[in-house]
Design a protein around this ligand. Structure first.
Ligand code: PLP
Length: 408
């Protein structure tokens, strides 16, 4: 037997990768929150106003949501116990699935442990080596990884470009086809041109799958998301993803849409079959959150007012924004080190805004991903804009190794 003397050690690989990240201002560290109170949180003993979470409607700490969680956990326990098809499926899951399907005007819904898992499930169970999946270049990492794992032919088109999508589909006319896009783009905050993409999908006989992780609860009539906002339904978008951990303030995800497709996922999707069910108490909490998201229109109205206020003031002081009217309002910084320096200056002033750098975004497109929540007030927005302008003018990149860096 030959000895693999040439095989590199994993320690060297890890050390090299770390050195590369340090040299490029791309190390990532976790920050531990010791307490959350509305939009404020305590980090390393300092109280910070949080402008980088996804709790858009401010439901994660809502009394009714927390109460539902506690109540259900005290009756049913804390865990999921088993996978859904063994003995983990609970009436609370059924109730939440029915509520989500009713809200999003679809025949069926299926719960997953997370949005990442749900995307893996949809693509793996519907696509194989003969299939093609066409995706927006800025789609979430989970959609890209899902296509790779399915083994299908993956093609990407320029961001928000239906012409690009149709070109890609035309170039691969054989095999089952899926056109997959984020509804609201997680790092840019803009909305996909869903009506045009629906037309492309129809002409090319492709299934349109919309990952609306950041849209459901926030945009569209009754907060029904970007698909409803585009006046589309199950006929045009047979499946869509709603995450439960963002606007709905909980954890997990649901794939919502055509009953046959949802049934197919429930019986064949590996990330559904071979994982523990979402704890029923979490489903009960999200059920309470969905009811609030449906009824409390004021949360979306307030968010829209805050978005308008932020954009007006930020543009007035010359900050570079993106073309977004959702609560995701990136402030462009260019260089990674500048984004980190601004993030640190904001933290010194009491604001928490994560610096987002490649590979999460493209080279030269580092940014502060500002996110707004119904928990914020107008004064919070004004203070943040002042601090952003100050940070842009005064922050100078420091030794990246010494700057605590928010994780993305
Ligand atoms: C567009 C998009 N899809 C999917 C996900 C994954 O969702 P989850 O956090 O529930 O795994 C995210 C989360 O960041 C996202 O932004």
């Amino acid at each position: 037997m030959t000895t693999p003397t040439e095989r590199p050690g994993w320690q060297a690989r890890v050390a090299d990768a770390r050195a590369g990240r340090e040299a490029a201002s791309r190390t990532r560290v976790r920050r531990s929150v010791s307490h959350r109170d509305g939009a404020r949180c305590k980090v390393d003993g300092q109280s910070l106003l949080n402008f980088c979470g996804n709790d858009y409607l401010g439901l994660s700490q809502h009394f009714a949501v927390v109460n539902a969680l506690q109540e259900a956990a005290s009756r049913e326990g804390a865990g999921g116990v088993a996978s859904h098809l063994v003995c983990g499926h609970h009436e609370m899951h059924d109730a939440l699935e029915r509520e989500l399907a009713d809200w999003l005007e679809a025949p069926a819904a299926l719960l997953f442990g997370s949005g990442f898992l749900a995307n893996l499930a949809v693509l793996q169970s519907l696509l194989d080596e003969d299939a093609v999946c066409v995706q927006d270049r800025l789609n979430h990492a989970s959609l890209i990884d899902a296509a790779r794992l399915s083994g299908c032919r993956l093609r990407r088109y320029p961001h928000g470009d239906p012409e690009g999508a149709i070109r890609q589909l035309r170039s691969l006319p054989e095999g089952l086809a899926m056109l997959a896009t984020d509804g609201v783009f997680s790092m840019d905050g803009d909305v996909a041109p869903l009506r045009q993409l629906a037309l492309v999908a129809k002409v090319q006989k492709a299934m349109l799958y919309v990952d609306d992780a950041h849209g459901v609860g926030v945009v569209g009539p009754e907060g029904r998301g970007s698909v409803a906002e585009a006046r589309l339904g199950v006929a045009e978008v047979p499946l869509q993803l709603a995450t439960l951990g963002k606007a709905l303030g909980g954890y997990g995800a649901a794939v919502v849409g055509d009953a046959d497709l949802v049934g197919h996922l429930a019986e064949t999707a590996r990330p559904y079959l071979y994982t523990t069910a979402l704890p029923p108490a979490q489903a009960a909490a999200t059920l309470a959150a969905v009811k609030l998201a449906r009824a409390d229109h004021w949360r979306r109205t307030k968010l829209q007012e805050l978005v308008g206020r932020f954009r007006d003031r930020a543009l007035r002081v010359g900050l570079e924004l993106m073309d977004s009217d959702t609560p995701i309002q990136p402030v462009m910084c260019g260089a990674d080190a500048q984004a980190l320096a601004m993030s640190q200056a904001l933290e010194d002033a009491g604001y928490w805004v994560a610096a987002i750098r490649p590979p999460t975004v493209s080279e030269g497109r580092a940014r502060l991903r500002v996110t707004l929540s119904a928990l914020h007030g107008p004064g919070d927005i004004d203070g943040l804009v002042d601090a952003l302008a100050y940070a842009r003018d005064r922050a100078t990149p420091r030794d990246p190794a010494r700057v605590p860096q928010p994780v993305e």
